[in-house]
Design a protein around this ligand. Structure first.
Ligand SMILES: NC(=O)c1ccc[n+]([C@@H]2O[C@H](COP(=O)([O-])OP(=O)(O)OC[C@H]3O[C@@H](n4cnc5c(N)ncnc54)[C@H](O)[C@@H]3O)[C@@H](O)[C@H]2O)c1
Length: 273
């Protein structure tokens, strides 16, 4: 199926996700939760998957409460194909289908190269790269079977475009992989009416991000600690907030971006210019 021309739709219709069903991985907190909230505000029913079941369930309750959509929280480890498939099946069974899949779950441990074990490397790739492959495959299988197309949004990073900081070799490698996967999947899935886009955030303080920074001995950049140049290197001159990323993800998931596939959009305050 081809991706239709939507130029006769109003702006409100283009941004609306009413009647659509979305899965967001790693959405118990952080960027994923912000994305789930914006998708729900646009009218989508949402399945929130997270390896932390409690976080997923609480976030789903908050999303449902905020926007009156159906939201379910599901324990899901994106590295396990059977759990990813089970979550996709739940979306189809309980929400009635699957139109949007956001591959957001990611990990970012900082480990100096000389100390990085094979297992360290593989753990990062298992979540950040294999998790995206598994999510995209399970989503595309169901979207293709339903024959109504869909959108897959991969949360990449500016680390998918350039080096980041010492200790992030596995992270930077995995995010470059996701950016490449975004291009290739766009090519392969377009004939099924499925668009694939990436969103590449720069530094955004989130719970996981701050823990990773603290573990690496980097300053937090909060009210008590001056931000590092790494955090504020963009022309916009402030650190991002989760909603800066969520709005771009909504754009990618909606018909506003109907003529786009394969791109990874920088949401980085201009820091990668
Ligand atoms: N925050 C940033 O500065 C930033 C910048 C660029 C890219 N990103 C990317 O954005 C995404 C979200 O980052 P965040 O800062 O919100 O992180 P976070 O740690 O705050 O949240 C990540 C969520 O993913 C979940 N998760 C971890 N492993 C999982 C797994 N195997 N299966 C399912 N869920 C899992 C965690 O439980 C957590 O709820 C990641 O892909 C990250 O690489 C973040």
């Amino acid at each position: 199926m081809s991706i239709p021309d939507v130029s006769d739709k109003s702006l409100a219709e283009l941004i609306s996700l009413r009647g659509q069903r979305a899965v967001v991985t790693g959405a118990g907190r952080g960027l994923g939760k912000a994305i789930a909230l914006r998708l729900a505000e646009a009218g989508a029913d949402v399945l929130i998957g997270d390896i932390e079941a409690d976080l997923a369930i609480t976030a789903a309750e908050q999303v449902a409460e905020a926007y009156g959509v159906r939201a379910i929280g599901v324990a899901m480890d994106v590295t396990d194909g059977s759990l990813v498939a089970a979550a996709a099946d739940r979306a189809v069974a309980e929400l009635g289908g699957l139109d949007i899949w956001v591959n957001n779950a990611g990990v970012f441990p900082s480990i100096p190269l000389l100390e990085m074990s094979d297992t360290d490397w593989e753990k990062v790739f298992a979540v950040n790269a294999r998790g995206v492959f598994l999510g995209a495959r399970e989503a595309a299988r169901r979207m293709s079977a339903a024959g109504s197309g869909g959108a897959i949004v991969n949360i990449v990073s500016t680390a998918g475009f350039r080096a980041s900081a010492p200790g992030l070799a596995a992270y930077v490698g995995s995010k470059h992989a996701v950016r490449g996967l975004t291009r290739e999947l766009a090519l392969e899935l377009a004939p099924m009416g499925i668009r694939v886009l990436g969103v590449a955030p720069s530094f955004v303080p989130t719970e996981g991000n701050m823990m990773a920074h603290a573990a690496a001995g980097m300053p937090a950049g909060d009210d008590d600690t001056p931000p590092t140049p790494l955090m504020l290197s963009g022309p916009i001159g402030r650190v991002g907030v989760p909603d800066d990323i969520a709005r771009v993800a909504l754009f990618c998931a909606s018909d506003l971006s109907a003529f786009m596939t394969g791109s990874t959009l920088l949401a980085d305050g201009g820091s990668t210019v």
